[in-house]
Design a protein around this ligand. Structure first.
Ligand code: FES
Length: 70
């Protein structure tokens, strides 16, 4: 699903960045992908997806294999 139309960013792009780069703040996300830096309409949605992805990453770190079993 597209989150940021101005910069062609999808929810998968955000999740991948959290997993591979350890991005965990909107500032970092905006710097790397440009979300919420133009019209700003994507900010709330991007923030929610970022929060979900970071939470999932932390659950996985706390209990490896949990996400694979789900
Ligand atoms: Fe993301 Fe416009 S939709 S900055």
């Amino acid at each position: 699903m597209y989150v940021c139309l101005c910069h062609n960013v999808t929810d998968s792009d955000i999740r991948r960045l959290v997993q591979t780069e350890g991005v965990c703040t909107m500032r970092e996300l905006s710097r790397q992908l440009g979300v919420a830096t133009q019209c700003g309409r994507c900010g709330q949605c991007a923030k929610e997806i970022l929060r979900e992805a970071v939470d999932a990453q932390r659950r996985e770190a706390a209990c490896p294999g949990l996400m694979a079993a789900a």
